[in-house]
Design a protein around this ligand. Sequence first.
Ligand SMILES: [Zn+2]
Ligand SMILES: [Zn+2]
Length: 326
Amino acid sequence: MHELYLSGPGQIGLRNMKPLPDVREDEVKIESIYGGICGSDLSVYLGSLEHAVYPVRPGHELLGRVVEAGGSSGLHAGQRVVIQPNTYCGRCEWCLVGKTNICPHKKSLGVNMDGVFCSRFVIPSRYAIPVPDGLPDERAVLTEPLAVVVHAFKKVRIGQGTKIAVIGCGNEGMLAAALALYMGAEVTAMDINPKKLDLVRQLGDIRTAHPDEIAEEDFEVVIEAAGVRQSVEKGVQVVKPGGSLVLIGLAKEATLPVIKIVRKEISIYGTIIYKSPEDFRQAMEYLLDSRFHIAPLVTGVYPPEEVEAAYGSALSGDHGKVLLKF
Ligand SMILES: [Zn+2]
Ligand SMILES: [Zn+2]
């Protein structure tokens, strides 16, 4: 049994694990199958996420198998599960109306508490969501990042022929472009990296462009997934009058033309992670349909022993989703 650990920014390694605690009634012990490396893992690795703590075991996107289930967990050994990696108190004003994603007591696995990039771990069963039979492992591991997009898309209406722009083609941007295409939208994806645009085109009939090439103001929906000032400002520029800008990225700040937003009645939404379990279940529904084409999104699979190479390729900016196979 081994685990990845970060003793500080830039210092990642693999080591043997201490024995696991006993599984309590409402807990499950999980054996890891696949882990996905996410932008926030890279920020924790680089030391650029303010609320990260060290030392920490990284990782929050995980598909695993239950190997031991507590009596009241509602799960059983052998079941595959994905992890909902953000804790919530269940008692605050927001949790009580189902908005666990903005619980002020939220902690994030792999950021400010130990994550799940390890052979086995024990977790409360409410954070383990069963995966339906028939959903392949390689797709199931994308449930958590896709749930972010599912949640964001609930802010707006996307359907047949909706003109949508996705700015920023990291993992979330690519998933947003793929899901919008699957829903019948007319998708334009923008990124400053031509290698990312090559990848996006493999997802299907998606128009791709450098942001500087797009000046028209005719997108009903714009998804900002780059998390930088320029892409937020670009989003306001290209959204159609009456349209919506949905912010998934974590840009620190931006300068916005307020008069334009008011006169054109543009709606701007902030959206953070997801509601659980409903957004996870919805994400798995999409993933169950093989017509939802996302295979090109995964561009690398590494064993945990090669974690530095895995993080290196994820950090290069030229790749899609990089997975760890436990
Ligand atoms: Zn993630
Ligand atoms: Zn709460």
